[in-house]
Design a binder for this molecule. Sequence first.
Ligand SMILES: [Zn+2]
Length: 236
Amino acid sequence: MVKFAIELDWKVDADGYRLIDNEPWGWSIARNGGRLMSVLPFKSIDNHFKTFANIRTPQQLLQFVNVHGLLHDPDPLGSAIWKLNERTKELEPSPLAQIEGERVQTCLDQANFFWKILRARESGRNVPQLIGSAIAREAPSDAIGEMFLRPSARRGVKVVFKATSLINGMWIQLAQSALGDTQIKSCKFCGAFFDAGVGTGRRADALFCKRSHQIEFNSSKRSKKPIPAVSARQRV
Ligand SMILES: [Zn+2]
């Protein structure tokens, strides 16, 4: 897959976000209603999807959203609004507001799917096949962005993908990574995903995301302290 730059003009609430308990439909995550700040989440960082993949709890999701903004909401003025479809018992976006914000379980399911893909990639399974069948079920079916050609001082021209939402930009990152040549590894200490192999700055046989985690891992092994639960969670 051709490596291209991903762009996104996104908004983050200056007052942050909050978790709302919508008994009996579960949690949602919504803006606190502060000033909306413009952000460019993909400007210099390319690892959002790896961070996102390790989100397991509503609190971790809240932390992520506080920094990067909501995942889906394309409306700069407000949160997506959901209502319960009485027939299917599923939540649907609707102009008839019942639940404020994005549904937390949907976001966590997506994060878990990202995690499964990265783990499959790490263990050398047939990832394109896996992604293909999963995309058929889980990925957005409408347009997730537009391609542009832009002049580039260094290369003459560059291909740019302008995403329509944070989650759609991360879908593209995931696909680029899953179909690319670099190796994906998860840190034995903290569970974070990182690239390894030629051109990544990490050796192909690296086991840790950074040197300090190797040191902490070794010392926790020596003192038989339990290592953080994240590296042991949900091996699917
Ligand atoms: Zn680590």
